[in-house]
Ligand binder design. Structure first.
Ligand code: ADP
Ligand code: ZN
Length: 732
């Protein structure tokens, strides 16, 4: 039986709230009745909270005692596909539905009446109205902006007049002052505004996407193209197509630091700024975006993963840019993978989803190979740019002392590039000065007091920092273990130390370090990136951050200091990730006319991943990687879930792990394997011990139900916590 769409006054409705209570609550529909999906204010104990009408009430309690919905909130009801999405996402990630609703209502003041403010528009000048040059400026400004309303200060500023001029005009009716809601629609976007001439390849790709989207049905497409091939230009055409058909589009980016650059690009293409949604957006803007998305007042949203939970009315397209990025996996709170959830969200609202990457995740590559997703390839770089030459530097033969990391071969190449006025980038994925600080007297490392992790020296800040919990302390002069003074020594390189070495080798060069911890704000980082892009630096030293999306036109040489770094460790994605990051870093070289070079320093030149990167046989790499995973029965061919137990008492945490390992009938019933309990690779973080179990099952088994049955009735004593991570990406 399908639920009715409207509940007249007094009928019982079942309401979901974002409060952590694991069930629906019955209320009576208010005097004006309410629609299915309506956002409502309901009493809960002494409080009033926001909820959503989820269906007909269950009627298990005495009708007379049931309270009434206080009122229907003045926003459009939640659409059925968003309710479906929350249910499916909750089931998939084994998260309470209330937590999902919390993600979908993360904007303050949704229950408040729309707040108003005074705006000014053109009016009619009365007979005998005295025109002055200041008054004329005001009228011109209003005309220039096509009748768009202004606040008093905006209008005064834009017209270059004082506010008293405007107030005087308003008294005579030459301009009109009106009350208007504070949350205003976003400026309309013009699909034809900054249209570019596409290359043949690009137009073919854009046309293919357009045809796929024209079906008006769900579809998923892998848009694969080398860095600089114009993937962004192509998917912006798909956005344009949405605009033309009056549909909304969502573009997900992996990194907030990339949004500013991207917003400018969207404005250049469509003539207006899109809505921007991520953790750095102010509360006022959040409320505006949430409401405008719900009222069709925002056509394009650029956002981080949580934008998937916005109340789109009419979503036609979701783009997941750099879809392979690990940052799409939310690693705390609700553990979900935004890439997978984007596909689900698109499927439920019959939208198209474009997964764009130069180095797709193996999951997506497999889905495209077996025809589940469409695949569109862009093979050449735009314009005259060509892909860089790549070669390895065999570090076994480099003969460097233990305190140097830049080989002579790399130095010579740097020299000739810098001499020609070109830029060089050195890549190492380690923040700080040195990853380890060792006492030469007693041989002990300095560790974090709260975590099983080595403290990392950050020389710029003159502190030691724990990369797990973020705690810092001044660099001591004596060893905390043996108290011998002045024998502490940094071991190994981080970006800061590499910068020191590069500066010593090239005393006249300007060296810049790009590392996420060195910039207080996204804006400062952005400024630095801009300065670098304009050529204000000879040598860029960077972490992972530089691998992503930035364009440095004058950069022609990339040196990867330690290509082996990512290959260590037991992560099943180690090979894939190394491949992705090295490919991406190398792709930074030679993005305009000059051909670039990428040099990879390695102790394992014969490692299959290193060879795959050098040979042009990318497809062969994915095939080999897919075969290996299939044989091992791991994702995407099998299913995995991580169970993370934590608590301040090590014995209790292990005890719980052992209890789970022994009592696992629900998992045996689906023939799942259980590994562990084992201490997590970083066994203690912030004073909490961490133990993991890993569950492996066949692809077709109902894993979530088994996991639920296995863990649902556990009583967690004290501060013990259990979290379930479906499709874990990180094994820390
Ligand atoms: P990708 O997303 O594949 O890395 P981009 O879309 O960022 O590639 O394109 C790389 C650069 O080339 C950008 O500066 C972009 O503006 C430019 N570009 C790509 N295609 C065109 C085109 N058809 N016309 C003008 N500029 C283009
Ligand atoms: Zn710590």
């Amino acid at each position: 039986m399908t639920a009715p769409d409207f509940f007249p006054a007094g009928h019982l409705v079942s309401v979901l709230t974002a409060q952590p209570i694991d069930r629906f609550l019955d209320y009576k529909a208010p005097a004006e009745g309410c629609f299915l999906g309506a956002f409502v204010e309901v009493p809960l104990g002494p409080r009033k909270v926001l909820g959503v009408v989820w269906g007909a009430g269950q009627g298990e309690f005495d009708y007379a005692k049931i309270r009434s919905v206080i009122r229907v909130v003045d926003v459009p009801p939640m659409r059925p596909e968003l309710r479906d999405f929350l249910i499916r996402a909750a089931d998939y990630t084994l998260t309470p539905l209330s937590a999902m609703l919390r993600l979908a209502t993360r904007a303050p003041g949704l229950m408040d009446a729309p707040s108003m403010r005074v705006v000014y528009r053109a009016g009619t000048a009365p007979q005998g109205f005295k025109m002055t040059s200041a008054r004329q400026k005001v009228l011109d400004t209003l005309a220039d902006y096509g009748g768009a309303p202004f606040t008093l200060s905006e209008l005064a500023q834009t017209a270059g007049v004082s506010t008293s001029v405007i107030k005087g005009m308003a008294e005579q009716g030459a301009v009109m002052a009106q009350n208007a809601p504070k949350d205003m629609p976003f400026a309309p976007m013009d699909p034809d505004f900054g249209r570019k001439v596409l290359t043949d390849d690009q137009s073919a790709a854009a046309a293919q996407l357009r045809d796929l989207m024209a079906t008006g049905d769900f579809g998923a497409t892998l848009l694969r193209g080398v860095t600089g091939s114009g993937k962004t230009e192509v998917y912006l055409e798909a956005v344009a197509d949405c605009l033309q058909r009056g549909k909304q589009a969502l573009v997900l980016l992996p990194e907030i630091a990339l949004t500013a650059e991207f917003l400018t690009r969207v404005r250049d293409r469509f003539g207006a700024l899109p809505a921007e949604w991520h953790s750095g957006v102010t509360m006022t803007d959040r409320r505006r975006i949430w409401k405008m998305v719900a009222q069709n007042g925002a056509q394009v949203v650029i956002g981080a993963r949580s934008a998937l939970f916005l109340p789109f009315q009419n979503l036609g397209l979701i783009v997941v840019d750099e879809e392979h990025e690990k940052s799409y996996k939310q690693e705390d709170g609700v553990l979900y993978n935004a890439r997978d959830m984007a596909v689900l969200r698109a499927a439920l609202c019959k939208a198209h989803v474009v997964l764009a990457s130069a180095t797709p995740s193996l999951e997506t590559w497999v889905n495209a190979s077996n025809g589940k997703y469409n695949r569109i390839d862009l093979t050449a770089r735009y314009g005259t740019a060509v892909l860089p030459d790549m070669r390895v530097i065999d570090m076994r033969a480099a003969g460097l002392p233990a305190t140097r990391w830049i080989s002579d071969d790399l130095v010579q190449n740097m020299q000739s590039r810098i001499a020609q006025g070109e830029q060089v980038m050195l890549f190492i994925n380690r923040r700080g000065y040195a990853p380890v600080t060792l006492c030469r007297a007693c041989g002990q490392q300095i560790g974090c007091d709260h975590c099983d992790a080595s403290l990392v020296e950050h020389r710029f800040q003159n502190r030691l920092m724990c990369h797990q919990c973020g705690e810092t302390k001044p660099i001591p002069t004596e060893c905390p273990h043996c108290h011998v003074a002045d024998r502490l020594a940094p071991i190994g390189p981080g970006v800061e130390r590499l910068a020191e070495e590069a500066q010593a080798l090239f005393p006249d060069a300007k060296v810049s370090v790009l590392s996420s911890d060195l910039f207080g704000s996204a804006r400062a980082l952005k400024q630095e990136i801009n300065a670098i892009a304009q050529g204000d630096t000879d040598i860029i030293i960077g972490t992972q951050l530089v691998a992503k999306g930035h364009n440095f036109p004058n950069l022609t040489l990339v040196g990867v200091i330690d290509a082996d770094l990512g290959l260590q460790g037991s992560d099943l994605r180690a090979a894939e990730r190394t491949f992705q990051v090295l490919r991406q870093v190398a792709g930074r070289a030679g993005r305009s006319e000059k051909k670039g070079t990428a040099l990879l320093q390695t102790y394992q030149p014969d490692h299959p991943v290193i060879r795959a990167i050098l040979s042009d046989q990318e497809e062969a790499f994915w095939q080999a990687e897919a075969r290996a995973r299939e044989l091992a029965g791991v994702p995407p061919f099998g299913r995995m879930a991580g169970i993370i137990l934590s608590g301040s008492n090590a014995e209790q945490v292990f005890g719980l792990g052992q209890h789970l390992a022994r009592h696992r009938t629900p998992l045996d019933q689906i023939n799942a394997q259980v590994f562990g309990p084992a201490a997590a690779p970083i066994a203690r973080v912030r004073g909490r011990y961490r133990v993991r179990l890993l569950v492996k099952a066949d692809k077709s088994t109902p894993l979530q139900r088994a996991l639920h049955d296995w863990t649902a009735n556990l009583k967690l004593r004290g501060d013990l916590r259990l979290a379930i991570d479906i499709d874990p990406q990180s094994f820390f």
